[in-house]
Design a protein around this ligand. Structure first.
Ligand code: CA
Length: 401
């Protein structure tokens, strides 16, 4: 699921019902068919100007009517936030690990070639494949043109879906996929990589050289397209995404980003007993606060988040990939009594921090680096361990203020 603008990132997160975010968003209005015809009339000159032929346009929309199920799906936005330990448990379920290990074996030569060409670890490529579509097992059965046309004609999210729809018409016209196979999620994420059409145009590759960028049915194309996406979003070859660590007693929780060498000097150790990487920097990250598991994560961890801007998602990708290649589960115990806050509470947390003068951006419930930095500073000034975790304790401390 490749998304490039912030709202798409948020939207995509609830769209797949993965994880940690849901955002207030407008609901698509039902589309009347007369309105739909008017929409197509207005669309045609725009599509034509971008290179869509009359033949493509007519074939794409022949007999098409809006999909009311897609309209309904825009209304389903759960406030429920799954605790990260439950999310990661399902991301690395036994079924998924077994399927992943089998497909890692079958595709090992291909993965080796892709790793060589793009410099992206095969474990991460498999992790994305598993998280997005259960390794190609579920790519979404919705007609892409119909879904995008429904969302675009309803004016959902401004002109975003209209532009994606035109992109989809160009993909059809270029012959990468047949009209019948042109399927994906209800919101337009396509194939085994779950690319939106705009991401397809930027990142999809024809790895097997048959002239088609086929992310729907061709595994080498799909896996190489994922690797290309990560590479062009800044993946650094040879740098790990990160790993679980242990924190020594008396640790200085103000430390946030250091070189691996300096982390080692501070007494931080890899939980699996291996040595630290030789070069590079990493951030200390507590997905559930300092009472739970701790990780050192590099800039490559942030590159995974370009696929889906969620820490839980990126950890899911990373853990799934590592476990397929034999790593053990997370060793530390999760603090099940202090789950991450729900959406409304996260917005409240940001509003309270904002009222104290912190810059947390627009309070939208997404806990990014600005909010985490503000939490750390607030915790530090109020006698709490500055772990940057948006949990119940820090919200209670803020409310007292
Ligand atoms: Ca191909």
């Amino acid at each position: 699921m490749s998304r490039l603008s912030p709202f798409v990132v948020v939207f995509a997160a609830f769209m797949l019902a993965i994880g940690s975010t849901a955002s207030a968003s407008p609901v698509a209005k039902p589309v009347q068919s007369s309105g739909f015809k008017g929409f197509l009339d207005r669309l045609w000159p725009l599509a034509h100007a971008r290179g869509v032929t009359h033949e493509t346009f007519v074939a794409a929309f022949s007999g098409l009517i809006p999909d009311q199920d897609v309209v309904e799906l825009t209304k389903k936005q759960s406030e429920f936030v799954k605790p990260i330990w439950e999310y990661l448990a399902s991301a690395t379920s036994n079924n998924r690990l077994e399927r992943g290990a089998k497909l890692a074996g079958v595709n090992d030569p291909t993965l080796g070639m892709i790793e060589g060409r793009y410099g992206v670890d095969r474990s991460v490529i498999l992790g994305v494949w598993g998280m997005e579509t259960n390794f190609g097992g579920f790519t979404g059965g919705k007609d892409i043109v119909r879904s995008l046309a429904t969302l675009a004609s309803a004016g959902y999210r401004g002109t975003y879906f209209r532009d994606e729809l035109i992109g989809a018409l160009l993909i059809l016209q270029q012959g990468h996929v047949t009209r019948a196979d042109f399927k994906g999620s209800w919101a337009g994420a396509m194939g085994q990589t779950q690319f939106m059409p705009s991401s397809f145009q930027k990142f999809a590759v024809d790895f097997d050289g048959d002239g088609k960028k086929d992310i729907w049915t061709n595994v080498p194309d799909a896996l190489a397209s994922t690797a290309n996406y990560l590479k062009l979003n800044g993946w650094q070859a040879g740098l790990p995404w990160g790993f679980e660590v242990t924190i020594p007693h008396g640790f200085d929780y103000h430390l946030h980003r250091l070189t691996f060498d300096d982390w080692a000097r501070q007494g931080v150790r890899r939980a699996d007993g291996e040595g630290m990487p030789r070069g590079g920097e990493a951030n200390l990250f507590f997905p559930a606060g300092a009472d739970g598991p701790a990780f050192l994560v590099t800039d490559n961890f942030d590159v995974i988040k370009r696929y889906n801007n969620s820490d839980a998602y990126a950890l899911g990708v990373a853990m799934l990939g590592d476990r397929i290649y034999g790593a053990g589960p997370i060793r530390a115990v999760w603090p099940v009594d202090d789950p991450i806050l729900g959406l409304q509470q996260r917005v409240q947390l940001q509003e309270q921090l904002s009222a104290l003068g912190y810059d947390v951006g627009e309070p939208n419930g997404r806990i990014g680096s600005l909010t985490r930095a503000a939490i750390r500073d607030f915790q530090d000034k109020n006698g709490l361990r500055p772990d940057g975790y948006a949990g119940r304790r820090v919200l209670e401390a803020l409310r007292v203020r």
